[in-house]
Design a protein around this ligand. Sequence first.
Ligand code: NAD
Ligand code: UGA
Length: 454
Amino acid sequence: MKTILCIGAGYVGGPTMAMIARKCPDIKVIVGDINANRIQAWQSDRLPIFEPGLLELVQPCRGKNLFFSTDIAAGIREADIIFVSVNTPTKTFGEGAGMAADLQYWEKVAREILANATKDTIVVEKSTLPVRTAEAMARILHSHGGKPHFEILSNPEFLAEGTAVKDLEAPDRVLIGGATTASGQRAVQALADVYARWVPRERILTTNIWSSELSKLVANAFLAQRISSINSIAALAEVTEAEVDEVARAIGMDSRIGAKFLKAGVGFGGSCFQKDILNLVYICRHYHLNGVADYWEQVVRMNEQHKARFVNRIVSAMFNTLAGKRIAIFGFAFKADTGDTRESPAIGICRRLLEEHAELVVSDPAALDNAKTDLRGAAGVTFEPDPVKAAAGAHALVVLTDWAEFKALDYAAIHRDMAQPAFLFDGRNMLDHQALHTIGFNVYPVGKPPLTHL
Ligand code: NAD
Ligand code: UGA
């Protein structure tokens, strides 16, 4: 039996390995992490991450060919293939702070592999890494003189949170980059054979290792760029009485542009878009490509401006004063169907509203524990799982996450229990604005003229 080890049992490592275990019952899959609480949660039915369909994926394999463990050294000794899926956040200190990827976790793993491996091993970069990181990985792993032999592959992950299981089951593509040497190509084939158990061969792309590393950063940069592009148009639509969703629909029907990722909102969040673009910008500056760096940096800047504009609109609509006003925040996760709040626009937006001395009641179906951590120490905020209770007595509702739960609420009943005049700021353009206006709300959708009674 072949053994696969994944180091890092997070949003990527856990679901990806569960899918491999499910599709390859003859492969033993071990997921290792230094965080014992996380490992314990993976071993229970209260998984450490909220992801639709994940428990159903994990349960049938757990204890059969899927194992979660903190004994990473033992896993390294046993593994034929080691995936490295540790976090690679933006560096917060020293050279490249605020821009470059922090590779300390990744480097520790490389050294741990070197210290414990006893046989030839394929090491797979699953984490998102700067282009040419595999070179550094190779230098560390081969620093002992070449025995055992390590072959390094890049196999970036493209899953999105909230749809991880679906994305892993039927990926648009699987990308595998490897060295052009004979042993590099053998390793590429060995990994491709694992995915080929359920992914059609024509969707498994093989490239050189640098193209693979760079493609991951570029995919996220392009996706984020579309969101910043449409959000910039939202600003223009609001002052020209155009409607951003109508514009998105009209341009999206052009098959060259395409309809996806054109939803204006409160700005993109999540652990990767900003970090990966900043990383791309940092690499460009390193190679003195300052014009290219400026171009991509603007995607992140536009996102910051967009979030600030969203708050300014709330303040100015509510007569330039929020002091003492109760505001219900509908949604704190960076998107629906996840409890993840990393880089969620809600964090900055709530902090800004609190600076205006608003009183916030935050409601979210899955992210309240994380929200409490993110807003720890902030005065004037409480947390309420039931959005109807959160809205009682509020002057305004602010929708920040596109949870389906928020669509299903009885807004007429909610409106009756609110302070008057009642405002609703739909940061996701997910509600029926005309109906809300008829109920009596002063409605402010993103990228559309407001519907007010004032
Ligand atoms: P995460 O923080 O959820 O998980 C990383 C895990 O690695 C943590 O549990 C941490 O304890 C563990 N870890 C750190 N150092 C370790 C060590 N030395 N030994 C063992 N375990 C260690 O991160 P994530 O969201 O899963 O992201 C992982 C990587 O995948 C990142 O590079 C990210 O950019 C990339 N990625 C993430 C997503 C996503 O949707 N979250 C999607 C595609 C790619
Ligand atoms: C994103 C990519 O979609 C994945 O392919 C990639 O693997 C992953 O980043 C990563 O590398 O971490 P994720 O961040 O989980 O996945 O979620 P997305 O669905 O991409 O949403 C990101 C943000 O953009 C969210 O805040 C979302 O609300 C926002 N968004 C998305 C919009 O505002 N408008 C849209 O049209 C789409």
